[in-house]
Design a protein around this ligand. Structure first.
Ligand SMILES: *Cc1c(COP(=O)(O)O)cnc(C)c1O
Length: 501
């Protein structure tokens, strides 16, 4: 007897798809479409977007980087013997970075997340080889301050490890060495400090944390993704910067993003290791197939050499004095911002930033920082919202760069006006029933379209100007625990890419 035919796969849902054109379209038409699409993006130059983008304010630097990127675009970083230019360029970049960050031996990666992923893998595999990270006791662990970047959680998630999170000091937002020591177990393979942390721009007590890690025979990573190419220049310009790099005893690896304060186009970071044997634990080789031999220094295998060429060109064009000037300018802008915030009723800076990264919170329940961010957006500025977390209040974050000093008075005016407008508007209304419903919702029972419908029904959608009213989204997320935030964010991303929101 013939069996029941299997149920056919569900028809793909969602808006109509754009098929590949049968015949190629003219180049000018294609480029015009790109221009039309990017018109809605935040501007990457000019300093009115105070996160995500790093602008020197010197157009010729960014133009040169584009040309170098194009020159290397088609070169494949997969095989350094086929394309020796990538070894030559990578060695120059690594030499320059190690030369300012206490030495060591490195890998050029696509970004901070990949640098961190490789440092965590190297620590895991080094500990395993030495019989540490007590495999019998369970999965290997990393100990991180609660201000550390989620890239550590991501690395642990991908690498089958656990994360132990240690609350930072509630007043300074710096990692707490005693609490860090107390959190270590026989499973610990890596301890993390940030220089500085992204959210508040403060440097963790690196020397203390590295020394307690060394005492326990555990490796220590310094996340200098955002500060690695800023702090050395601030120090060389005469500012006080505590030791934070590989020159500190006990620090075994460090990450430094060149696509942040190196001002290179995105796709450029460096991870440094004190010991070349540990660097080799970050590598991967496989001869388990009948194809070409695979030997990778990074997570990516085939990859464009464009980011490497552009990072190298940017560094060569700016030079040490150029970086000192850029760093000093960004820091002066940050200091002016901190001083200015003191004069705006209801606002205060969290902690005392050691680098040009400033978090501004509200002391006035009527003044909601997420509404403030939307008000700034309506005035042509982007201020980055940061949700409250483990007792640290919600705030807006500012990453000041080379271009910021010239516009810092305008930034402060916008901040003051937006704060006033936010107080006049009042905080967004997030009924407790809504957050309760969201926390207990069975998200698996909803498809992307259903989820988008739910968002629409609670007032999350496009505002009159076609811009999302993010204050409502942020206020809802802010009222929920982190695990629920994560679930909702994944659902939002999925609905966004399937065209439902
Ligand atoms: C940006 C950043 C990262 C992650 O870097 P990506 O380049 O976005 O992957 C990690 N740590 C800190 C402190 C950062 O600022």
């Amino acid at each position: 007897m013939p069996s029941e035919p299997p149920t056919p796969p569900r028809e793909p849902t969602g808006p109509p798809r754009s098929p590949l054109p049968e015949h190629g379209r003219p180049a000018d038409e294609i480029l015009a479409e790109l221009e039309r699409l990017t018109a809605a993006d935040l501007p990457v130059r000019g300093g009115q977007v105070t996160a995500y983008v790093y602008d020197t304010g010197r157009a010729e630097i960014h133009d040169l980087a584009s040309r170098a990127y194009l020159e290397m675009l088609e070169v494949n970083g997969l095989d350094p013997t086929a394309f020796p230019s990538i070894v030559a360029l990578e060695r120059q970049v690594l030499d320059a970075v190690a030369g300012r960050l206490g030495g060591g031996t490195g890998i050029f990666t696509s970004g901070g997340t990949e640098s961190i992923m490789l440092a965590v893998k190297a620590a895991r595999d080094t500990a395993a080889a030495a019989g540490g990270g007590d495999a019998a006791a369970g999965r290997p662990e990393i100990v991180v301050p609660n201000t550390a970047h989620p890239a550590f959680h991501k690395a642990a998630h991908y690498l089958g490890m656990d994360v132990v999170t240690v609350p930072a000091d509630a007043a300074t937002f710096r990692a707490d060495p005693a609490a860090t020591a107390a959190a270590m177990t026989p499973r610990t393979v890596l301890v993390v400090a940030s220089a500085p942390s992204y959210p508040h721009g403060v440097i963790d007590p690196v020397a203390d944390i590295a020394s307690l890690a060394a005492e326990a025979g555990v490796m220590c990573h310094v996340d200098a993704c955002v500060g690695g190419w800023m702090l050395p220049w601030l120090r060389e310009s005469g500012r006080d910067v505590p030791p934070f790099d590989l020159s500190v005893p006990g620090v075994t690896s460090l990450s430094c993003d060149l696509h942040k304060y190196g001002y290179a186009p995105k796709g450029a970071s460096v991870v440094l290791f004190r010991d070349e044997r540990v660097r080799r634990r970050a590598y991967f080789a496989s001869a388990e197939w009948p194809g070409y031999t695979v030997i990778n220094s990074t997570v990516q295998s085939s990859k464009s050499a464009g980011p490497l060429g552009a990072a190298w060109a940017t560094m060569m064009a700016i030079g040490a004095q150029g970086y000192r000037d850029l760093a000093a300018g960004a820091m002066r802008a940050a200091e002016r911002l901190v001083a200015g915030v003191a004069g705006i009723p209801g606002l205060r800076v969290l902690g005392t930033p050691d680098a040009p990264l400033v978090a501004v919170a509200s002391d006035d329940p009527a003044l909601d920082v997420f509404v403030l961010a939307d008000e700034a957006r309506a005035r042509g500025w982007f201020f980055q919202p940061q949700l409250s977390y483990q007792g640290i209040p919600a705030n807006v974050h500012f990453t000041l760069t080379g271009v910021s000093l010239a516009g810092v008075e305008a930034l402060l005016e916008t901040l003051a006006e937006s704060a006033k407008a936010a107080r006049d508007a009042g905080p967004p209304d997030v009924p407790a029933e809504l957050t309760d419903a969201l926390s207990s919702l069975d998200l698996d029972a909803l498809d992307d379209e259903g989820f988008a419908g739910l968002l629409g029904s609670v007032g999350v959608g496009l505002g009159s100007g076609g811009q999302p009213e993010m204050a409502v989204v942020n206020a809802i997320l802010n009222a929920l625990p982190p695990a629920t935030r994560e679930e909702l964010l994944v659902r939002f991303l999925s609905a966004l890419y399937s065209g439902h929101v």
